[in-house]
Write a protein that binds this ligand. Structure first.
Ligand code: LM2
Ligand code: CA
Length: 462
């Protein structure tokens, strides 16, 4: 189902790539909860094969060995504790679940079990040869049978039409529901049949009533990579869940790299090839696209990346935005750095979610929730500004200075620009903007400033 299960007043998910459960619990309590984040997407929590010979790459977590809950992020006890503490801090937890396939590499797993893919043997589930599709490689994305019944990069392909396989998957998802999870990011959904997914989702139990209203259903948001060039469409999956929209990050990357003008964002929405905002989860980058040779903006192009994320968070089009937080890398297969002093300078972690501009736009989105876009303005080229009813106002410049009297719908007063500062001791550490009695404000945003964004809202009013 599509309901986010967010706590009221919260609106954004952040993918906390490769964070361990202990650090995440603390981050929910000390940063994510207080800053108004609605949810976290965690790396796959089930046992995966240890890929020792290649230096424990991040992608070993996409090679499941069993559904036991022990990984390098922690064991079941640590996972349960984190989910409880995050829920108590107001932050929902969404698990990345991998059940299209099992490990292609043989050997031991992060929970101490073993597998032998050449025999299709995963005794800790257990799965055996009858549970998989016959061997064939995915090599033709124009053939839906090939994409769904063959092996993705050689990973043994489970047959989700079998009741036994469905039962094992549902058992795994139910286990996570019991621990207090709010929903699932379904890995490789495009490589599974919609009817099988619909049956699996429908069999998962209601959410844990310790945290959620009775009868709540888990959110399912599915990885269906659809750039419009293949026969498998995201619309095949929106009857029973949301889809991750891969067009979204590409389009905003083009705009904020200057390959399309900001003024064109006036029509931002489905006319850009995006699915309806009520059917999707949208994002700028994820763990895969971040490594896809500059396909989308990432921390490596920090100014434009902040602008694209800020636009995503400021705009009313999509219901559920997803941010990304990970670690510095050059080599695409490099695994995560050590987890001590995570987010400290030199730790190796980027911690995009803690960047003031990003975290404060999460707060902006919460403050303007429920309002429409108002007072659209553009210089006709690379500068835009718009309001969110009587709750907020934002401006972006990719080229040149904005120095203009713009109409807002905000109540008069002095506001703190949450891009350049924060409110502390009743004063603003960054720029301030005065909204006059007629709702007009003089907006200054010069091309020399580091961020190219100005954002004010009623929860940061002096
Ligand atoms: C996904 N979505 O559909 C994940 O978002 C993506 O990160 C996963 O690929 C993929 N599907 C499978 O879950 C990653 C990574 C691959 C890696 C796989 C499995 O991008 O490079 O493949 O995880 O670990 C690796 C090797 C590949 C090898 C394969 C099987 O890179 O060369 O193929 O393992 O041994 C022979
Ligand atoms: Ca498949």
């Amino acid at each position: 189902q599509k309901n986010s299960n967010f706590q009221p007043g919260r609106n954004s998910i952040v993918q906390m790539f490769e964070w361990n459960w202990g650090n995440l619990a603390k981050e929910c309590e000390t940063f994510l909860g207080p800053k108004g984040f609605a949810g976290i997407q965690i790396s796959p929590p089930n046992e995966n094969v240890v890929v020792g010979d290649e230096g424990r790459p991040w992608w070993e977590r996409y090679q499941p060995l069993s559904y036991q809950l022990t990984t390098r992020s922690g064991d079941e006890g640590a996972l349960a504790d984190m989910i409880k503490r995050c829920n108590n801090a107001g932050v929902r937890v969404y698990a990345d679940v991998v059940f299209n396939h099992m490990a292609a590499k043989g050997g031991s797993g992060t929970g101490g079990n073993n597998c032998d893919p050449s025999k299709k043997s995963y005794p800790a589930v257990p799965y055996g040869p009858d549970d998989f599709h016959p061997d064939c490689m995915i090599n033709n994305y124009q053939d839906v049978n090939n994409v769904r019944n063959c092996q993705l990069v050689g990973l043994p392909d489970l047959d989700q039409s079998k009741q036994y396989v469905r039962d094992k998957i549902v058992g795994y998802l139910n286990h996570l529901v019991d621990l207090g999870i709010a929903g699932f990011r379904v890995d490789a959904a495009k490589h599974m049949w919609p009817a099988d997914l619909s049956a699996i989702y429908g069999s998962v139990k209601n959410l844990n009533s310790a945290y959620f209203p009775g009868g709540s259903r888990p959110l399912f948001y599915q990885e269906v990579i659809d750039y419009g060039t293949e026969p498998i469409k995201k619309g095949e999956y929106t009857g029973f869940g949301r889809v991750l929209d891969f067009v979204h990050g590409g389009q905003l990357t083009n705009v904020f790299r200057g390959q399309n003008q900001l003024k064109n964002l006036q029509s931002w929405g489905t006319s850009w090839g995006l699915a309806s905002g009520s059917d999707t989860v949208v994002f700028i980058d994820n763990h895969d696209t971040q490594r896809d040779n500059g396909r989308v903006l990432t921390y490596k192009e920090a100014k434009q990346y902040k602008m694209a994320n800020a636009f995503m968070l400021a705009h009313p089009y999509a219901e559920i935005p997803k941010l990304f937080s990970g670690y510095y890398f050059n080599d695409n297969k490099q695994g995560p750095p050590g987890q001590d002093n995570i987010c400290a300078e030199g730790s190796g972690w980027v911690c995009e979610h803690r960047w003031r501009q990003i975290a404060n736009m999460v707060g902006f989105r919460n403050a303007v929730s429920g309002t429409d876009m108002t007072n659209w303005w553009t210089d006709g080229y690379q500068q835009i500004a718009f309001g969110r009813g009587n709750k907020g106002f934002v401006a972006f410049s990719l080229s040149g200075d904005i120095k203009a009297d713009l109409q807002t719908s905000l109540p008069p007063g002095t506001y703190c620009d949450v891009i350049t500062g924060d409110i502390s001791n009743n004063s603003c550490t960054g720029k301030t903007v005065t909204v006059r009695g007629d709702g007009k404000a003089t907006i200054h945003l010069s091309s020399g400033e580091p961020d190219g964004i100005l954002a004010i809202h009623v929860s940061a009013k002096l």
